[in-house]
Design a protein around this ligand. Sequence first.
Ligand code: PAF
Length: 278
Amino acid sequence: MAELVTTAAKLDAWRATIPGKRVAFVPTMGALHEGHIRLVERAAEIADAVVVSIFVNPTQFGKGEDFERYPRTLENDLALLGDLADVVYAPSVEDVYPPDDPPVVTSAGPAGAGFEGASRPGHFDGMLTVVNRLFDIVRPDVAVFGQKDAQQVFLVKRLAAERGSPEIDVVRTVREDDGLARSSRNRYLSAEDRAAAVAVPAAVWAVARDIEAGVSAALASGRAVLASQPLARLDYLELVSPTDFTPVGEDFHGVATLVVAARFGNTRLLDTETITVP
Ligand code: PAF
C-alpha cells in the first residue's frame, strides 16, 4: 500500500529518505479511475519513485461549479492505487494554501481564456496556481498528465518551461469500449446521456476521417455528428495549433490538436485527438 501523507512537511521528510532518486508525480483530484491508473503506471515506468496527490483544488472551481459535489473517495482511491505509488499526498486546503504563505497566483493569460477557459472563467489560473504550488512541494523530476485535458496540458507545459522543471510526460486518453474518454465526470451521466455521449468520440473520428477534405470540411463533419444527437449540446469543436492553442485556418498544414466539448444534461464532456492536416 502506498504511504499516505497529509502534510508538505511529512512529504519533505519522505523526500529526504530517497536522495538521488528520480521522482515522478501524478497530480489528481481523486475519484480515481482507469485513466488515472494509466498515468501512475506510466510514472512508475519512467522514475524510481512515484508520488500521487489527491487534492480537490477549490481555486479552480468557479461559482456554481461542482466543488462541493466533486466526489471525494479517498479510501477507494488508496485501494485502487495499491502499491503502484510510493506516496499519496492528500493534503488539507490549509496545507496547500497556508494563510501565512499565499500562493503565487499563476495567470493562464490569453491561452487560458478560450475553450474551457471561456465557459469556466478563472479555472486555468486556479489550476496553474495549484500545479505550481504542488510542483514546489513535491519537487518532481517529471510530472505525468493525461492528454484528454489538452488545454491544461498546453498550459502546464508552458508553466514547466518557464520554471525550468519538471519534465512533462503526456499519456494518451484511455477510452471505454465504445470510445468515450474515461473521466471522473462520466459517473454523472444518466443512462440515456451515457448512451448518447458516444457522439463525442464519433465526432472526433469524423474529423480524422475527413481531414483530407480540408480543415473546414473536417470540422463541419465533426460538428454534424454532434448536431444530429438531440441530447448533445455542442460547446466547441476546433482544430488548434499546438504552439499557441488558437484555431488553425484552411492554410494550416502539420500536426494540430482537435478539441471538443459538449454538454449532456449538466455534464460537460471533453475529448481531444492529435490530427495531422495534410
Ligand atoms: O486535472 C486535474 O485533475 C486537475 O486540474 C489537477 C491537474 C490535479 C490540478 O488540480
